[in-house]
Design a protein around this ligand. Structure first.
Ligand code: SF4
Ligand code: SF4
Length: 456
């Protein structure tokens, strides 16, 4: 009988801490149990004894056949989640009133034509009748430059989704610059979640997120966020982009979260989420641009995340547990078979970044509400996931990532696009990443156990 750590469990580097990805539970193990897990992980043959039985009963060790069954069960759940949910990310305009220093948009196309807006509404009404869940996400360009389209289409979609009784969320990624009280009030009850970027305190934000004349935008956006929280019931995700150009400012960002945001928004903390996005090289979509492997940079990023977790009364380990146990929480919509990004001219894409890539242009939304799709191109995005990749299937991060953190990386490099959190998850579990001295941390590779033993 070959025993191996369960593919549904994350182990800290020394195996003294475990996290179950089925429910997010964490546990501390004694030295004897940890030593046995290390032995089983290494594949060294040891005869089975009472300690192994205890670890099997605790769900930490499994026999080969059960390990395969657990992987298949998780794949079936992933398949159901991916196929029952639909999503449309819509760019009502590709123009924007800011010129952020790291932005990749080319601002080529203006507002969506009225006949296409009508087609979009027809498509959405039909889509809610075909799914258990469907989300609408406004994106851009700056969607508030097409305020009436956003308001009217959101209303049509909400009415159709409520009439069918399906789960749905309407969100908007906006720079917040034009989010006046009047607009916020008109959109109350229509936009459930706003994602607004504030890249840190005024001095950091204003060096990166500038208006067309190059002026700072911090004060106006922050005031608009405050008004939004006061006059609506919407939730707000504040996005902080971190890359090598502002990583050295992480101490300032931590102090800003603790001393400014937390105080300013103390009555609204339940409706605010801070999303720290590590973009390690905005000029490339290669794996090195998207996934952070440098432990020194990771410490800065994780320290900011730790401050954000503390602001919500949580901790970085609790957030890791939540992420790892939430199906699809780190999977990109581009890998979903019923998810498209619709440009202002009706072109349909899978990815909301690589608009110049031919493979990303997979179809067209028409004025009559139909969507034509090139299935060969679409297969590039949805074909390689944890359902087909054997390493992803056995990865403890697979519940969250589904092998689809960034399908673009897979397409361009052929490598698995493991998110930064997965790379450092074992160290986060015992916090050694925050307190250790290592500059570079090797990427943990999943152990694939075969009947002949263990291979890396
Ligand atoms: S495929 Fe990658 S780059 Fe494109 S939207 Fe998804 S995560 Fe972003
Ligand atoms: S891409 Fe990486 S993190 Fe995601 S499931 Fe595959 S091995 Fe795990």
């Amino acid at each position: 009988m070959n025993l191996t750590p369960s593919p549904l469990v994350l182990l800290s580097p020394d195996c003294t801490r475990v996290l179950r990805t089925e429910n997010g539970e964490r546990a501390q193990l004694d030295d004897v149990a940890a030593e046995r897990l290390r032995t089983r992980q290494s594949g060294v043959p040891v005869s089975v004894d009472a300690l192994d039985v205890e670890l099997i009963e605790a769900g930490l060790l499994v026999v080969d056949d059960l390990s395969d069954a657990l992987v298949e069960q998780r794949r079936a759940r992933t398949r159901h989640r991916r196929t029952s949910k639909g999503q449309l990310v819509v760019m009502p305009t590709e123009r924007c009133d800011l010129r952020c220093t790291y932005c990749y948009e080319t601002f080529e196309r203006g507002g969506m034509a009225p006949e296409l807006v009508a087609g979009l509404q027809t498509y959405l009404i039909d889509a809610v009748s075909r799914h258990d869940r469907f989300d609408l996400a406004w994106f851009g360009g700056e969607p508030l430059l097409q305020f009436t389209t956003v308001r009217d289409v959101s209303r049509t979609f909400r009415q159709a989704a409520e009439a069918r009784g399906i789960d749905h969320v309407i969100s908007m990624t906006t720079n917040g610059h034009r989010l006046t009280r009047s607009r916020a009030e008109q959109l109350d009850g229509l936009i459930d979640v706003y994602q607004i970027t504030l890249d840190g305190p005024r001095v950091v934000h204003d060096s990166r997120r500038v208006n067309i004349r190059g002026g700072g935008t911090y004060d106006r956006i922050l005031a608009n966020v405050e008004t939004l929280l006061q006059c609506s019931t919407s939730e707000v995700t504040l996005r902080i982009n971190m890359d090598p150009s502002n990583e050295s400012e992480s101490d300032k960002i931590i102090a800003w979260i603790r001393d400014d945001l937390r105080v300013r928004f103390h009555s609204f903390l339940e409706r605010i989420d801070i999303h720290i996005v590590a973009t390690w090289d905005a000029s490339t979509t290669s794996i090195d641009g998207i996934c952070l492997r440098d432990a020194g940079l990771a410490r800065g990023w994780l320290s900011v995340r730790e401050a954000e977790s503390a602001m919500r009364g949580s901790s970085i380990e609790e957030d890791l547990a939540q992420t790892m146990s939430t199906p699809g929480s780190r999977s990109c919509y581009a890998a979903s078979p019923h998810s498209y990004v619709i440009g202002a001219d009706g072109r349909a894409f899978k990815c909301s970044v690589a608009f110049d890539l031919d493979e990303n242009h997979v179809g067209q939304l028409h004025a009559d509400g139909t969507l034509t799709v090139d299935e060969d191109r679409e297969r590039l995005w949805i074909g390689e996931t944890s359902e087909s990749d054997p390493v992803c299937g056995r990865c403890s991060f697979s519940t969250a990532c589904e092998g689809s953190f960034c399908p673009l990386v897979r397409i361009q490099t052929g490598q698995r696009p493991c998110p930064t959190e997965k790379t450092f998850a074992p160290q986060i579990l015992d916090r050694s990443i925050l307190h250790g001295n290592a500059r570079y941390v090797s990427i943990p590779t999943e152990t694939i156990t075969t009947r002949g033993g263990s291979t890396r």
